[in-house]
Design a protein around this ligand. Structure first.
Ligand SMILES: [Zn+2]
Length: 413
């Protein structure tokens, strides 16, 4: 059996009373997180050893509850407090692994204090907190109450945890983690596809399909930009500014939602129609600092390739990333010859071998060929079974606890 963990997110509508309870719980989780961080920082400054996970839990939860200053921690679910500390511990582990080079990729920053002003507030209930989806469709959270949920899909099995999130636009979400059997797969197909993520098109497939970002999305992005400019002209600390901040947050959330829906449809279709999908492993972080930054972030490739990856795992398809240093654009997909570098405005070219190429389709064909070659070199199916779910929700994933702030609202655009 092959299992994958998936995340299912739904909008929830807490009553004003439940919103107050949630606010209190967000606050307690934040205090425990910050107390834990402070305790470790102070130990370090005093030259004392690293405070172990168990010792920290005793100090900032169990013992703290007995003091007058922290007695109110007893008013919320204890599991939520433990999970806040678990986030802190994971953030520390990721940081240490990054410093020592055990963790590849982008450098991970040390954990930072959480603030009530953070754009995104989040708490997590695990199974032993006894959260429950009731027969009437409500979500029962200990010490909060029964929340109304808008179920847009059915959960395939019992969730192992649920995170409650409040975003910058003041909306609430429940994000469930569900384990499913990956072998509830789609029927096998013969097609294998390479994808070139371009700047003129959102994506170009090796079969010649070109996908442009839809107009409504571009229009919404333009409107958002205008609202952001309005905001920058408002006076600091004025009421007008506060109103404008909320407007920007709402528009931002709308653009992100629309784009996610569109990307979901596109990635599902590609996974459905192909047995194997290969993409170029673009270093989006690196590109983001160049003049291409704007278009790269707007295009949202990272979230899109993330969707392809977890859907491939979910449905038994093959997914592969191809080394980004490989010259996909200037290599002829017909003869393999590597030609001169081409400026961005060259959209089609002819190879001395006689082949006429569309720039992006040729690149996509090369990505496909490189993906297949990689796969053959490794002999069998490539991808490991456990895939974190959609990238945008990494903030609630213990493995990415330290990136909570940067995930929602920024990278999704
Ligand atoms: Zn050629």
């Amino acid at each position: 059996m092959l299992f994958v963990q998936l995340r299912y997110q739904f909008r929830v509508y807490p009553t004003p009373g439940q919103q107050m309870e949630l606010a209190r719980t967000f606050g307690c989780a934040r205090v425990v997180f910050n107390d834990g961080l402070r305790a470790r920082q102070e130990a370090r400054e005093a030259g004392l050893p690293y405070v172990s996970d168990g010792e920290l839990s005793k100090r900032v939860i169990t013992e703290a509850k007995k003091t007058a200053a922290r007695a109110w921690l007893g008013e919320v679910s204890a599991v939520v407090l433990q999970q806040a500390l678990a986030d802190l511990n994971t953030a520390y582990r990721n940081f240490f692994a990054s410093v020592t080079g055990k963790r590849k990729g982008r450098k991970v920053a040390p954990p930072r204090f959480r603030s009530r002003k953070d754009n995104r507030q989040s708490i997590r209930f695990t199974r032993n907190s006894r959260f429950k989806v009731l027969d009437n469709g409500r979500l029962r959270l200990p010490k909060v109450g029964d929340l109304a949920v808008r179920w847009s899909r059915t959960l395939p099995s019992d969730p192992s945890s649920v995170a409650i999130i409040r975003d910058a636009a003041g909306r609430y979400f429940a994000s469930f983690v569900v384990t499913v059997d990956a072998h509830e797969t789609l029927p096998p197909v013969d097609a294998e596809v390479g994808i070139d993520l371009g700047l003129t098109h959102f994506a170009v497939l090796s079969d010649g399909t070109k996908v442009a970002a839809p107009k409504f999305l571009r229009r919404a992005a333009r409107k958002l930009k205008r609202l952001q400019q309005d905001l920058s002209r408002k006076q600091k600390d004025s009421n007008r500014r506060k109103t404008a901040v909320v407007k920007v947050a709402r528009a931002h959330a709308r653009v992100a939602d629309t784009r996610r829906d569109w990307q979901h449809k596109l990635s599902t279709q590609i996974i459905r129609e192909n047995q194997a999908v290969y993409v170029e492993d673009l270093c989006v972080v690196g590109l983001g600092r160049t003049r291409l930054a704007k278009s790269v972030h707007d295009a949202g490739w990272a979230s899109f390739t993330g969707m392809l990856e977890y859907k491939a795992a979910r449905y038994g398809r093959t997914f592969g990333r191809v080394d980004r240093f490989f010259p996909s654009t200037r290599m002829c997909s017909a003869c393999g010859r590597i030609n001169e570098k081409m400026p961005l405005n060259v959209r089609s070219w002819d190879c001395p071998c006689g082949a006429a190429h569309d720039r992006d389709v040729n690149a996509a064909r090369n990505v496909r060929a490189a993906g297949l070659a990689d796969l053959n070199a490794r002999g069998a199916h490539v991808r490991p079974a456990l895939v974190p779910a959609a990238r945008r929700e990494a903030g609630t994933h213990p493995d990415a606890a330290c990136s909570t702030r940067s995930v929602e609202g920024i990278s999704v655009l």
